[in-house]
Write a protein that binds this ligand. Structure first.
Ligand code: AMP
Length: 277
């Protein structure tokens, strides 16, 4: 496995690859969720490139950029053991040099949910992903369903800007008690870690109701709120029952639907979702 930092090293190695290339963009501090993306890329592509870059432009001024967990040595040894071919670890300076002034912005689909709570977040995400796509020029790029709106936004950007890249969305990797894996879970202390299962419990309750025939979206949202309210350490930011493709809030569930939520456990903001239908 090769590790490169500069764009010229990346381009030289990329040129040496024959066959299909899969890209897995990450912010590092890898867990089983990231590794499942790398494994799927390994199965489907001749070469797998992983990027590790904690992208400053997708963090708001009050968010956790400076304390975001990092462990590059551990990440590299995990990726090596999985058989990744190339890891690109660009520097902030090379991604956003002085005088940088170009942004990629997707409109409607970035506005609700995460977009409404984290202004500017998706502008940072789409800009960096476009730069990663241009750098690596992959045939396929792998993203997690964990970040459901991000996946939808990237699909939209890829279509709109004609990137010749297939976007592959991989299922959410979870801990045995249901908590979705996340680099941010390390912020939770023991008590908070127990409380954090409330997201999964709340989504499960709404899904049960759906499976028993409930189709009123507000009823499903209320079920999620009610379960969240039973957990004293949990502070709900939003719950949503939205159309899977447009992310618009529904009145009645008919087709493919996204149940999603953002919840603070202490100072840690967690998101999770289920897909219905
Ligand atoms: P991050 O390092 O948080 O930017 O995540 C990098 C990629 O891994 C994104 O496409 C995430 O959606 C995906 N990812 C993060 N957590 C999980 C998870 N628990 N299961 C599946 N994919 C995940």
């Amino acid at each position: 496995m090769l590790t490169v930092i500069t764009l010229s090293e990346l381009h030289a190695t990329r040129r040496s690859f024959q066959g299909t290339v899969g890209l897995v963009p990450t912010m590092g501090y890898l867990h089983e969720g990231h590794l499942s993306l790398v494994r799927q890329a390994k199965e489907e592509c001749d070469h797998v490139v992983v990027s590790i870059f904690v992208n400053p432009t997708q963090f708001g001024p009050k968010e956790d950029l400076s304390r975001y967990p990092r462990d590059l040595d551990r990440d590299l040894s995990l990726l090596d053991s999985l058989g990744a071919d190339l890891v690109w670890v660009p520097t902030e300076q090379s991604m956003y040099p002085q005088g940088y002034q170009t942004w990629v912005e997707v409109e409607r689909i970035t506005r609700p949910l995460e977009g409404s709570m984290r202004p500017g977040h998706f502008k940072g995400v789409t800009t960096v992903v476009a730069k990663l796509f241009n750098g690596v020029q992959p045939h396929k790029a792998y993203f997690g369903q964990k970040d459901a709106q991000q996946a939808a936004v990237i699909r939209q950007m890829t279509r709109d800007l004609n990137f010749p890249i297939e976007i592959v969305i991989c299922p959410i990797a979870r801990e045995p008690d249901g908590l979705a894996m996340s680099s941010r879970n390390v912020y939770l202390d023991t008590e908070q870690r127990k409380a954090a299962t409330v997201l999964y419990r709340s989504l499960s309750a709404a899904r049960n109701a759906y499976e028993n025939g409930e189709r009123a979206a507000e009823k499903l949202r209320q079920i999620m709120r009610d379960v969240l309210a039973t957990e004293l350490l949990a502070q709900m930011q939003y719950v949503s029952c939205a159309d899977y493709d447009t992310l618009e809030e529904l009145e009645t569930v008919t087709g493919k639907t996204l149940l999603s939520m953002a919840v603070f456990i202490g100072k840690t903001r967690l998101i999770d979702n289920f897909v219905l239908g």
